[in-house]
Design a protein around this ligand. Structure first.
Ligand SMILES: C[S@@+](CC[C@H](N)C(=O)[O-])C[C@H]1O[C@@H](n2cnc3c(N)ncnc32)[C@H](O)[C@@H]1O
Length: 286
């Protein structure tokens, strides 16, 4: 396992800081990849000997963690992220469960990823982007995947929205409270606001080398304890502590009161849909 001491050259300014502070909270409070999604990913490499995974925007390693048990023969993982703190969390979580699989942590922007010059790692058979593609230069990432991936590889773009986008009474009330403190626009770290991608992921894939796309939608029910929602919020780019400055403690106290009132001694439910787009190059039979 390696983690280069120096980052790859093209780390975007400000990107690393955006995710650094959140790494520990992210690891603790973000839901993992659903088992059904892991099985669909596993099916894409099921018949291959010694498959290799390239996980872009790996965060704390949620995708490799879900895939290792689903693909017992997984031979190698390239885990890429712009945040060194996220990679540190990923290493701590993955090393104990790797078994014979090898791991390389790569501190780089996804579109700048490439194998090292003397690298003997096989080309990836599966390239994954979970809850991370919207942070990246999509066309450049898909072009990079086309350069590096095996001929019959699959690209998987997946995610399940967030408590900002979820529509329920308690998430609406929570969003309004965040907006009361931070303004109506959804924040994306300090000094930036979130803008919806101009094209859907499907449209982006359709015009890339990965135009043979199938979509899978997996309903996921989650029960949140109010204190875990508070921890989750700390890990987000729309309600992280740094956005509130001195008012963070006041925000958390109000948010906790609001969540407790909605939970009324029970948990808060989220009905999410985890969506996977599995994309291949056209005309590639498996
Ligand atoms: C919301 S997290 C998702 C983490 C993980 N894939 C998961 O599903 O839990 C997004 C991750 O993408 C990383 N990231 C953002 N922009 C990136 C880029 N251009 N290249 C590589 N990683 C990036 C962030 O540092 C962060 O760890």
């Amino acid at each position: 396992m390696t983690c280069p001491d120096d980052p790859f050259p093209d780390l975007p300014a400000g990107k690393e800081e955006l995710f650094a502070a959140a790494a520990a909270e992210y690891d603790r409070y973000r839901p993992g990849v659903p088992t059904e999604a892991a099985e669909l990913l596993a099916d894409t490499v099921r018949d291959l000997p010694d498959p290799v995974l390239l996980d872009l925007g790996t965060g704390t390693g949620q995708v490799p963690r879900a895939l290792l048990p689903a693909v017992p023969g997984l031979a190698h993982i390239e885990a890429v992220d712009v945040s060194r703190q996220m990679l540190d969390q990923a290493r701590d979580a993955l090393v104990p469960v790797l078994g014979r699989c090898t791991l390389r942590l790569v501190h780089a922007a996804a579109d700048a990823y490439g194998p090292l010059p003397d690298d003997e790692t096989r080309a990836p058979d599966l390239v994954t982007c979970c809850r991370s593609f919207h942070w990246m230069d999509g066309p450049a990432v898909l072009a990079m995947a086309d350069r590096v991936a095996a001929p019959d590889a699959t690209v998987a773009i997946m995610g399940d929205g967030s408590l900002w986008t979820h529509e329920a009474d308690w998430t609406r009330a929570l969003r309004e409270l965040i907006q009361h403190y931070l303004g109506s626009e959804r924040r994306a770290g300090t000094g930036a606001t979130y803008s919806e991608p101009r094209r859907s992921y499907g449209e982006g894939l359709a015009t890339s080398a990965w135009s043979d796309v199938t979509e899978h939608r997996i309903p996921v029910g989650r029960a949140w304890a109010p204190k875990d929602v508070i921890g989750y919020l700390r890990s987000t780019s729309f309600a992280g502590p740094e956005l509130f400055g001195q008012r963070h403690a006041a925000f958390e106290a109000e948010a906790r009161t609001l969540l407790d009132a909605h939970a009324a001694g029970d948990s808060l439910s989220e009905s999410a849909v985890f969506t996977l787009l599995l994309a291949r190059r056209p005309g590639v039979a498996r």
